[in-house]
Design a protein around this ligand. Structure first.
Ligand code: ADE
Length: 273
């Protein structure tokens, strides 16, 4: 039987996971260069865990310069099976208010200045992405959020923008009204695509910090406003993540949705003769 290892990618405001036992920051070398930072390994409730601050400790990396391939590869090399992505986002829905969490289940990828695949030179693969997050892991994240007393929304479409500037009003209205996006952020893509290529279960917990700029009662998005909400969100994120090991358990059954077998029918390049 395979062993569960939970990987947590912490977004803005989440730079450590102090609930971990046997804590050790480790450097993981990858063919894709350095990850955003060292990874914090440890255990919780008998389950192995690895934490990676997406922007590095001290928030040194912008969304466009985060080494997404190295990050996912480093988690994979440590033995991670399930990745929980935690990130700040703006909201396009009145009912998804600052302080709320959204268990994202769809993405619109508008990023353009990032490496998006492990494949392409010598070996070509096209993984399925119709359902880009893992329903099993997402259900655990939802249950953990409810148990932690967090106001959480089950499902939502995340628009990934390049940044680093926030959206214009015309973009914000288009994403919300025509494209049907629920939340907006700068980091979940290509992370989710790469997790699928690495055959990892991936779930995204988006923490609402603001209403972007479409909302008539709220002005432009400003980092100072976001930071105020971030601190409360970070505490809630820790509470959510800390409940996951007991829920997932140390023994891992194969993913019923096939995330851990995503490459089985994806590679189109003929095997070397
Ligand atoms: N992260 C947090 N709030 C955001 C917003 N409004 N747009 C893009 N990324 C964000």
């Amino acid at each position: 039987m395979a062993e569960t290892m939970i990987g947590v990618i912490g977004g803005s405001g989440v730079y450590d996971l102090d609930t971990l036992e046997d804590r050790k920051w480790v450097t993981v070398e990858t063919p894709w260069g350095d990850a955003s930072d060292q990874l914090l390994t440890g255990t919780l409730d008998g389950v192995r865990m690895a934490f990676l601050p997406r922007h590095g400790r001290g928030h040194r990396l912008s969304p466009s310069t985060v080494p997404y391939r190295a990050n996912i590869d480093a988690l994979k090399r440590l033995g991670v099976t399930d990745v929980i992505s935690v990130s700040a986002c703006g909201s396009f829905r009145e009912e998804m208010a600052p302080g709320d969490f959204v268990i994202v289940d769809q993405f619109i990828d508008r990023t353009f200045a990032r490496e998006k695949s492990f494949f392409g030179s010598g070996c070509v693969a096209h993984v399925s992405l119709g359902h880009p997050t893992c329903p099993r892991l997402g259900a655990h994240a939802l249950a953990a959020a409810i148990d932690a007393g967090i106001t959480v929304h089950d499902g939502g479409t995340y628009l990934a923008m390049e940044g680093p500037q926030f959206s214009t009003l015309a973009e914000s209205r288009m994403y919300r009204e025509s494209w049907g996006a629920d939340v907006i952020g700068m980091t979940n893509m290509p992370e989710a695509k790469l997790a699928r290529e690495a055959e990892l279960c991936y779930a995204s917990v988006a923490m609402v910090t603001d209403y972007d700029c479409w909302h008539e009662d709220h002005g432009a998005v400003e980092v100072s406003d976001i930071v105020k909400v971030l601190h409360g969100n970070a505490e809630k994120a820790r509470a959510l993540v800390s409940r996951l090991p007991a829920m997932l358990g140390a023994v891992r059954a194969p993913c019923p949705h096939g995330c851990d077998r995503a490459l089985e029918h994806a590679i189109i390049t003929a095997p070397a003769a």
